[in-house]
Design a protein. Structure first.
Length: 178
């Protein structure tokens, strides 16, 4: 018998002073049985950092050629493709051909090694951004995971603060490629 996804609900308040974006989002996150709290929370952070009414969660781990988050225009063209983790370089190159902009959020202890191996092959893609979430930060984010979350995210000068009622995580993501 196949295991089913675990459903998480998040009420996310985003105050992005860098983009003058202020909104509340009621989100439903389906966590695949093989997905960790750490990865799920980095997906949630990626949503907060790129928050928009048109931004949606993809099918995630269960769909190989789909983004973790996607923003489409009214014609169905992909404006923003977001991958989380350490995706295959070939998949990132393919995404760069399909979307106007692509952002990869790296996290975990293999992030530096992944970037070192893939940077030369990805350098020519002008529509690609690569951002590293430091390992200590992604671990701290995982501690915020709960089946029902009420989170506030403030973004200013490239730094973020993600907090629930008792815990706050503050960091500045490392931009490896803009």
């Amino acid at each position: 018998m196949a295991l089913k996804a675990t459903i998480f609900k998040a009420e996310l308040q985003v105050s992005d002073m860098d983009r003058a974006y202020y909104a509340s989002h009621s989100l439903t996150l389906a966590r695949h049985p093989s997905e960790t709290d750490e990865r799920m929370m980095v997906r949630l952070l990626a949503f907060a950092l790129n928050a928009d009414a048109a931004l949606e969660f993809g099918r995630g781990i269960s769909a190989n050629d789909e983004p973790d988050l996607v923003k489409k225009d009214l014609t169905g063209e992909i404006e923003l493709w977001i991958d989380v983790g350490l995706p295959d370089e070939r998949d990132v190159r393919k995404a760069c051909g399909r979307a106007e902009r692509v952002t990869v959020y790296l996290y975990g202890r293999g992030a530096g090694l992944w970037w070192g191996q893939n940077a030369p092959g990805l350098a020519r893609h002008e529509n690609l951004s690569v951002v590293e979430i430091p390992q200590a930060v992604s671990i701290a984010l995982a501690k915020l995971a709960a089946r029902n979350m009420a989170l506030n995210c403030s973004i200013q000068e490239g730094q973020f603060w993600l907090a629930d009622a008792g815990t706050s995580v503050h960091a500045e993501p490392v931009v490896l490629k803009q």
